[in-house]
Design a protein around this ligand. Sequence first.
Ligand code: NAD
Length: 472
Amino acid sequence: DLASMASIATELKYTPVDSIPAIASGVRNAFNSHKTKPIAFRLTQLRKLYWGIKDNEAAIVQACKEDLGKSVFETYLSEIDWCTNDIVFVTQNLQKWMKDEKAPDIPLANKLLSPKIRKDPLGAILIIGTYNFPVNLCLTPLVGAIAAGCTAVLKPSESAPSVAKILQHIVETSIDASCYTVVQGAVPETTALLEEKWDKIFYTGSANVAKIIAKKAAETLTPMTLELGGRNPAIVTKNANVRLAAKRLLWGKTLNAGQVCISQNYIMVDKEVLDPFIAEMKLALKQFYPNGAKESDDFGRIVHGKQWSRLKQMLESTRGRIVMGGDMDESQRYMGPTVIIVDSPSDPLVAEESFGPLIPILPVEDLDTAIRIAGEVHRTPLGLYPFGNKQETDRMMTETQSGGVSVNDALFHGSLSTLPFGGVGDSGHGAYRGKSSFDCFSHRRSVTSTPGWMEGLLDVRYPPYEGKLAKF
Ligand code: NAD
């Protein structure tokens, strides 16, 4: 694997570490020049970014193919159109979001102070992306930063080097170079970036790295948005539509070869419907890939050899029984969609995030057991996928916590521009997408303006206080 890492390093030109302080002060100076604040500037940048993405569609498709074996359809669905749709939504609504908000329900006396909330940009932002949706997870936060009037440095994941290069090309050729720039690299470059003072760090990736980032951010009291992983449960009761549940949950683990932070990590299925559920999953797999997943252009590959080996080891360490798939090929970094029946929540496939096409199924006695186990495995996952009747799915939501929920589906809550996307507890904090992206990089700044003529009304506040309490 060292050989493949070395070839990545030679393909992708890393930013010299000693140039990073100047890059950071460059975007800080650009912010201090106030040029990013007018709405006209923000809209122009967003529209230029839109066309930067559009003009490079073919290169993005090619890069996603190289890095992740991603199909053309998925690249449009989850990378290109995802970003351009978000830009359209944000540009259409930006003026409304930027408007000052009047303080609601205020007594008449306070109205004279014209209390309001301004939406001020936070400043210079550091965005650190990850590899699984390498375009989307860098550019969607950047859209929010631009919309809010911030400047930004983007650090794409070095694990998706072809995409990292095309992102740099898009940023450098389409938007204002003094305000938005890309730093390429891995740990040393990111570490150097973290030595600088930012007004917000937006990080997507694993919890372990998030802890390193949070410690650095604590030194300078820098706010963060953390978009982390999750050991997300799906729960299928005996009252669920088993066919739909199997098909949708298979999709949740075959999209991007299961390298999706909001994929279900494990499925708890009521014992009564276990056999039909597995039969339906096998049927759905045949429908998705009639000639097998390996032969299909629609099924992706694991990002690099290290992740592939990690998945293989997970599969070797399970005490469970493989009932579907299990096929793999290291030379292609291929791992087939694999269903494993496990017997305990402590099985590594349940207890750890697989981030690949492994689909452990834990048979359960009833819904009470499933809810209890979900809470024990991970109290605050990124997603929850309840399948059952309305009463059951409502109960699952009431009695658990998670960043988001797709009722009777996989992944879906994460796909809408109109919903905030984010975790809770240790699956992350802060949220973005659409309006939430604008909010993520804005400061809600409370303002009052006291007219001089009010002095007569207000001088009751000054000492000496004697006799004044009675006047209130
Ligand atoms: P990764 O290897 O791409 O790392 C993520 C980023 O962290 C990269 O830019 C990398 O350069 C940087 N990094 C790595 N080590 C570092 C260090 N020691 N110091 C500073 N920076 C460092 O990907 P990963 O972390 O393995 O990402 C996979 C994880 O991301 C999974 O847990 C997944 O669930 C999660 N994820 C979350 C979301 C979300 O929106 N919540 C989305 C996608 C992925």
